[in-house]
Ligand binder design. Structure first.
Ligand SMILES: [Zn+2]
Length: 280
């Protein structure tokens, strides 16, 4: 199977404020960041399934509602899995999560401290993780950098998740983008906690970093915990697979390590729904 574990929908008006301004500065584009259902549908036609992410990040301007995701994924249950998102700064976050999961039949929780401006290791947020644990759903967390000036960079270090992984050993936690640029820190926290994983989405855009991340994962023997993901609409799954199969090109003609084809193909064919327990 080929499964895309990290994709977005962005409807009209969902990306605003600081995030929209940062996108325009980064890419010099005036148009809105969009990933409409019809675009997404096209992007997943060649894969067996995908995770589609809501996002409640009012602190930096992005709000992709749970209902919007739920309506889309309900077209193909068992193939498209929607992840809810709630704002951890909202005191009602645990009950909002429970409602979203039960009412909308969603399959996980998406968080991003760098966009939601919360410190994930603060004990006051542990009730939210306890709720995810109770609901038996995984968390996909963007625990890495971003370009939004208003975001809390000091809340985004992968090691901050270690106390959560230890407190909730059955709660599955996936670190997006292998914690870039803190790939080594991400690998160290994922390696020691049996309930933690990482996705390689968006790394193909930086071939040198991607190559180094893969070599490091190989040396620490954690490549079996890497999930395939595109970060659509920023990359397609085909671009992601191509950049993974091409990973050794930066080392060509040198004596630097090569990532064996077997490791690459294992990642491409990883059974993420089974690993994360998405099919109940
Ligand atoms: Zn993403």
């Amino acid at each position: 199977m080929v499964f895309d574990s990290h994709t977005h929908l962005f409807g009209h008006g969902h990306v605003a404020g600081a995030m929209r301004a940062a996108c325009q500065r980064a890419w010099g584009e005036e148009q809105e960041l969009l990933a409409l259902p019809e675009d997404h549908w096209e992007s997943v036609k060649d894969v067996e399934g995908a995770i589609v992410l809501a996002f409640a990040a009012p602190a930096t301007g992005t709000v992709v509602p749970n209902k919007y995701i739920a309506e889309y994924v309900s077209k193909q249950p068992g193939r498209l899995f929607g992840f809810a998102s709630v704002d951890p700064n909202n005191q009602l976050a645990p009950s909002l999560l429970e409602n979203a999961i039960k009412e909308y039949n969603l399959s996980g929780l998406k968080l991003g401290p760098m966009y939601q401006n919360f410190y994930p290791d603060d004990k006051k947020h542990f009730a939210l993780y306890a709720k995810a644990d109770e609901l038996n759903i995984p968390i996909l967390i963007h625990q890495g950098t971003s370009f939004v000036p208003e975001g809390y960079l000091d809340a985004s270090r992968p090691a901050a998740l270690d106390p959560i992984a230890r407190e909730f050993p059955d709660l599955k936690i996936v670190i997006a983008h292998m914690g870039h640029p803190w790939v080594g820190e991400c690998i160290s926290v994922v390696r020691k906690n049996t309930n933690m994983y990482m996705d390689l989405s968006a790394l193909g855009g930086r071939p040198w970093q991607f190559y180094n991340a893969m070599v490091l994962a190989m040396e620490y023997r954690v490549t079996h915990k890497i999930l395939l993901g595109s970060d659509f609409p920023f990359f397609t799954i085909q671009q992601t697979i191509d950049s993974l199969r091409n990973i050794n090109s930066v080392a060509e003609g040198t004596s630097m390590p090569k990532i064996p084809e077997e490791i690459i193909e294992d990642i491409i064919h990883r059974n993420t729904p089974e690993i994360l327990g998405l099919i109940k």
